[in-house]
Design a protein around this ligand. Structure first.
Ligand code: BV8
Length: 228
């Protein structure tokens, strides 16, 4: 059977990247309305660039952990498809060896021209002075899906959920939609559902099975069980 794995900030927590809603998390340090909406970028692009420049630098220094590597092993050794749909904007899944990774909320490594839609590899530091290489206009932004914006590749995700026999959610609090709704979609489409998280999430009761613990312990154990 095909496996779809939704991941959130919790899988990168033990690599030293902050989560959003845990104690001292990113949303405790910054108000979402100031740094993660299109209106925030219109209002104060320097503040928003500063927020993502800091996270881009932090993510570049972080290393994939045992959980990222275990998912890459599963993809390599599992006889059917393993597709990761991540809410994370870091590249730790790719650096951990995973090939099929879908960044539904964009990527810190991406830059986007708000005017002509061109995409390119983001420089380490982005600023309001950067001009788009294609249309020459200012207004370049991190290629990140902010609140109120449509997440990427939703059609492909719907297709994957319809084709999977097992839907696993790892390291996400289940607060943000549409990602938080995937478990219901998967269940309705006949998939088994499993949550692997440090603590029970907002939608925890929607999962047939739940295991609680840190990802670097939980995921390698679960992958070894599945492959044995
Ligand atoms: C959309 C950007 C519609 C990148 C993100 C009311 C008003 C306005 C909007 C809404 C509303 N109600 C619903 C909405 C929609 C809104 C939403 O869901 N809001 C919520 C807050 C109520 N959603 C949207 O706006 C989405 N777009 O709906 O568009 C639309 C339709 C048509 C046309 C146009 C538009 C867009 C959502 C995307 C927003 N961008 N990120 C960035 O800055 O990173 S969301 C942000 O939250 C991140 O992507 C993050 O991934 C995501 C979810 O957070 P988590 O990953 O779950 O992290 P969190 O800290 O919450 O939890 C961590 C978990 O890990 C915890 O459970 C913890 O226990 C666990 N953990 C911790 N340590 C470990 C661990 N687990 C294992 N091991 C450990 N060691």
């Amino acid at each position: 059977m095909n496996i779809v794995i939704l991941t959130g900030a919790g899988i990168s927590a033990e690599s030293g990247l902050g989560t959003f809603r845990d104690e001292g998390g990113l949303w405790a340090q910054h108000d979402i309305q100031d740094v993660a909406t299109p209106e925030a970028f219109q209002r104060n692009p320097d503040l928003v660039h500063g927020f993502y420049n800091a996270r881009r630098a932090h993510a570049a220094k972080a290393q994939p952990n045992a959980a990222h590597r275990a998912l890459a092993k599963l993809e390599k050794d599992w006889r059917h498809n393993v597709d990761i749909v991540t809410q994370n904007v870091d590249d730790l899944h790719e650096r951990g060896g995973s090939k099929s990774v879908l960044h539904m909320h964009g990527e810190l490594s991406g830059a986007l021209c708000a005017r002509c839609g061109k995409r390119w590899k983001a420089p380490a530091v982005m600023s309001t002075g950067d001009l788009c290489a294609q249309c020459g206009q200012p207004g370049t932004r991190p290629d990140i899906v902010w609140f109120g914006e449509m997440p990427y590749q939703m059609d492909r995700i719907a297709h994957l959920l319809a084709q999977c026999g097992l839907f696993v959610s790892i390291g996400t609090s289940g607060n943000v939609y549409p990602a938080a709704g995937f478990v219901q979609q998967a269940r309705m489409l006949g998939a088994r559902t499993l949550e692997l998280n440090l603590e029970s999430s907002a939608g925890g009761s929607l999962f047939e099975q739940r295991r609680l613990g840190p990802a670097t312990e939980l995921i390698p154990t679960w992958v070894d069980e599945l492959l044995s």
